[in-house]
Design a protein around this ligand. Structure first.
Ligand SMILES: C[S@@+](CC[C@H](N)C(=O)[O-])C[C@H]1O[C@@H](n2cnc3c(N)ncnc32)[C@H](O)[C@@H]1O
Length: 343
């Protein structure tokens, strides 16, 4: 019993500690400390690192103390600091922490939604505008993600993918990557958040095959019927207040032999099946309580799915709506479904 209590206490302590260390990770990322440490080939003193980043040594030394204690930065025999070579690739994959400070600031709004007398939810357009950029920036290696998403699709000839829709495109990180990967295709990004669409347009750069449109997924242009070979909903379906209406529109605008790629965080629909999965289920349920669930509760009669909807319920929803799941695989912490029309 005593041991159980000790383990229980240390689990909670570690989780609380993780929150604080995450804010130190944010400091390291934002102030270029990780960038510099990963580029260095030899260990450095705190003074050298501070000088390279144009920061005050005393603060950098305090930060390094946290990093060493947390096994993120190593010490050599002279007590100089380094990140082992084989660990460096991890720093290309921690972009999600960009969301953390905004997420913390939004927790108060989410608590209002928990209260019976509080509002039901809020959409992305009501979130801090910086959230749009943080979501856009969270992706890490987006080109690698596009390859993984397209792998089950490219059994079809690449050249037959001439019209692509990225639905719920946000500020367009994936839309741009799809445009770059398939330069012969016309790629459309659609989102109902005007701020996101304006940011996407501003970031378009040289992607001349990419076009953005502000529209709800539940009401796509009437002349788009059977237009698309490929439709992507990346990290979107569980967020939608109106998933049935949106998937009906997706069905309408998809060619009969077209495919839909749907990716959402992979948590199980039954809480029991997520026991111990702190890294994916624990984290994404927390994110959902503040971001995804309020979004999917944001309108009258909303579905209220959020991430807790879970992979099993999402699959049933799709098959019951007449979709045929042609491929199913985990990509990162998401479950990726490649679907087509059932005939
Ligand atoms: C988590 S973000 C994902 C953005 C983008 N797919 C990405 O992965 O970077 C979910 C997006 O869905 C959009 N969204 C939610 N409901 C929508 C609707 N009914 N129609 C169009 N977009 C919607 C939100 O505005 C938001 O940009």
């Amino acid at each position: 019993m005593k041991m159980e209590l000790e383990n229980y206490k240390s689990n909670i302590s570690n989780i609380i500690a993780g929150g604080f260390v995450t804010s130190a990770l944010t400091i390291g990322r934002e102030l270029g400390l990780f960038d510099t440490l990963t580029k260095l080939t030899t260990p450095v003193t705190s003074q050298h690192l501070a000088d390279l980043c144009n920061l005050k040594e005393r603060y950098v030394r305090e930060w390094l103390g946290c990093m060493v204690a947390s096994n993120i930065v190593s010490l050599d025999d002279n007590d100089d600091y380094f990140i082992p070579e084989h660990c460096k690739p991890v720093f290309g994959d921690i972009n999600i922490i960009e969301i953390y400070p905004l997420f913390n600031a939004m927790t108060k709004d989410a608590m209002d939604c928990f209260r019976k007398e509080g509002r039901d939810g809020y959409g992305y357009e009501d979130m801090p505008t910086e959230m749009v950029d943080a979501i856009d920036g969270r992706m890490g290696d987006v080109d690698k993600l596009v390859e993984a998403l397209l792998e089950p699709v490219l059994t079809k000839k690449e050249s037959s993918l001439s019209n692509i829709l990225d639905l719920g495109s946000g500020a367009g990180v994936l839309t741009r990557a799809l445009g770059k990967r398939l330069p012969g295709a016309a790629v459309f990004g659609v989102d109902f958040n005007e701020i996101a669409i304006n940011k996407a347009i501003a970031k378009t750069g040289s992607c001349s095959n990419v076009t953005y449109l502000k529209a709800s997924g539940a009401c796509l242009p009437s002349d788009w019927t059977k237009r698309f070979d490929l439709i992507v909903l990346y990290d979107v379906l569980h967020d939608l207040p109106c998933p049935s209406e949106c998937m009906r529109e997706v069905y309408r605008v998809l060619k009969d032999d077209g495919v839909v790629v749907i990716s959402d965080p992979h948590v199980h629909s039954k809480h029991r099946d997520n026991i111990g999965d702190f890294g994916i289920a624990g984290m994404t349920y927390a994110i959902s309580s503040v971001i995804c669930l309020p979004s999917s509760m944001s309108t009258e009669g909303a579905a209220g799915n959020g991430i807790g909807w879970g992979s099993e319920n999402r699959e049933s929803f799709l098959t019951e709506a007449g979709w045929c799941i042609k491929d199913k695989r985990q990509i990162g912490f998401s479950m990726n479904l490649t679907c087509g029309k059932s005939h």
